[in-house]
Ligand binder design. Structure first.
Ligand SMILES: [Mg+2]
Length: 231
């Protein structure tokens, strides 16, 4: 393939966000001793995860701030079981953001993929996360040195799928859309986003999502190992 620049998403593409978030919350759940309010940790986590997703959508539309997002997502699972304790929610939110970025679980073949791509292409992270959190993650798992640029929604002042975050990343690399490819696991954010900016895409389609079959991407792989063969 004739690409010169590779853009890549961080969460759940390279860094196993799901596993890391779950183990972090499990630790806090034990430490705060709130377990007797729930059937088990999975119940707590499912309530949290559903609300978290809704709040990220509102944040993406600019309807709530990141402080509200980080407070509400932890208050909600508490109020759902009758714990009316905003101070506790605040504390959980703080500990979560402190602990999460130090977790180091990566997606299968993430390291192998980066080792393979690094000598061939300038690599740029394009991610919607918070600045302090995303840099800490890269540092914790020793991935920093692979990337020429780290482009985060907070500094680009636009969230994927807004094409402006991709245009900002192109500008930093002095690259054109035609010579760039974007890799990501979110159809909505990464694939539609790159399409909005005229950039080819590799969809990391871990669950072989049937509903996105009709929505094409330039390439589609089921894991990062397959991607190594492609690039
Ligand atoms: Mg992702």
């Amino acid at each position: 393939m004739n690409y010169k620049y590779v853009f890549i998403d961080l969460d759940d593409t390279l860094w196993d966000f799901h596993a890391n978030a779950k183990s972090t919350l499990h630790e806090i759940y034990e430490e705060k001793k709130i377990g007797h309010h729930y059937e088990n940790f999975d119940q707590y986590f499912n309530i949290y995860a559903k609300r978290n997703l809704e709040l990220w959508e509102l944040y993406g539309k600019g309807e709530i701030t990141k402080d509200v997002l980080n407070f509400e997502r932890f208050l909600y699972p508490l109020t759902q079981v009758g714990i009316d304790d905003p101070a506790l929610a605040k504390q959980i939110g703080k500990e979560y953001l402190d602990l999460l970025p130090s977790r180091t679980a990566l997606m299968p073949y993430a390291k192998e993929l980066l080792d393979y791509l690094y000598p061939k292409y300038p690599l740029t992270i394009v991610s919607n996360g918070f600045i302090e959190v995303q840099y800490k993650k890269l540092h914790s798992c020793g991935l920093e040195h692979y990337f020429t640029h780290v482009v985060l929604s907070e500094s680009a002042k636009a969230l994927k799928p807004d094409k402006r975050i991709f245009e900002y990343a192109l500008q930093l690399n002095n690259a054109t859309a035609a010579e760039t490819i974007m890799i990501g696991d979110s159809y909505e954010a990464d694939i539609i986003g790159a399409q909005n900016a005229g950039i080819d895409q590799v969809f990391l389609d871990k669950n072989s999502d049937i509903c996105t079959k009709k929505n094409p991407s330039t390439y589609r792989v089921k894991d990062l190992e397959e991607l190594i063969k492609l690039l």
